[in-house]
Ligand binder design. Structure first.
Ligand code: ADP
Ligand code: MG
Length: 221
């Protein structure tokens, strides 16, 4: 099992009810899984903990059997540079870097940059002609493709995508998700995709639902 999440609990200061109350699930290598749940149900909170950006009050997050839920900052950033990549709704590109530099950035930091793979990703994402441009000179859909290529350039064990197309129109969103699913599979990465769309959830192999602080395995639509 690639990722095993057990009994995860997280309560923010001042809240009466914990956001996560013993949430658990498992993710196999290369699996694509949709995560749904109402707004405020704790999906982003969960992803932040899986990316070691935040720590649970209780529970474990085992990546290949090793608990990553209570790492120090240095080890947590090492996990993000090598094993677990994140794509957010806001693309978080570096404005002063070109498209090419943005795509290679995390892989370079993680010392796992492979020029051939990175170029392949750029090509498949339709970015080959935009490599010298800056983020402000390309569309929102193109910016999100850069963010996804940057994440996959690491060949992460897990790609966490938090409503990655929430800022895009339906047409751009459809295209970006289709490419993301294809390239995640080429990269051999597992995918945990937060989405509101049942249609998109149906394209993933499994469907998890977060409600009342717990995760249930949904029927694959
Ligand atoms: N940093 C924080 N401090 C306090 N409360 C937070 C923080 N982040 C999220 N919350 C609260 O936790 C709940 C879950 O938020 P979130 O994980 O963002 O849900 P979702 O992504 O499913 O919409 C919400 O009630 C939200 O207001
Ligand atoms: Mg959220």
């Amino acid at each position: 099992m690639l990722l095993r999440v057990q009994d995860l609990t997280r309560r923010y200061p001042g809240q009466t009810r914990a956001v996560l109350q013993g949430a658990g699930f498992e993710l196999d290598r290369g699996e694509s899984v949709a995560l749904t749940g109402e707004s405020g149900s704790g999906k982003s909170t969960l992803l932040h903990m899986l990316a070691a950006l935040d720590q649970p009050d209780a529970g474990q997050i085992l990546l290949d059997g090793a608990d990553i839920s209570r790492l120090d900052d240095r080890s947590a950033s090492a996990v993000r540079r090598r094993r677990i990549a994140l794509v957010f709704q806001h693309f978080n590109l570096i404005p002063a870097l070109t498209v090419a530099e943005n795509i290679a950035l995390h892989a370079r930091l993680g010392k796992c940059h492979e020029a051939e793979w990175t170029n392949h990703l750029a090509e498949r994402m339709g970015l080959a002609d935009l490599m010298r441009r800056y983020p402000e000179q390309i569309s929102g859909g193109q910016q999100q493709r850069v963010a996804i290529a940057r994440a996959l350039a690491l060949r992460p064990d897990v790609l966490l995508a938090d409503e990655p197309t929430g800022n895009l129109d339906e047409y751009a969103s459809e295209e970006v998700l289709r490419l993301m699913l294809e390239l995640v599979s080429e990269a051999g990465s597992a995918l945990l995709l937060v989405t509101h769309s049942q249609q998109i959830a149906a394209r993933c192999q499994r469907h998890l639902h977060l409600s009342g602080g717990q995760i249930t395995e949904g029927a694959c639509a």
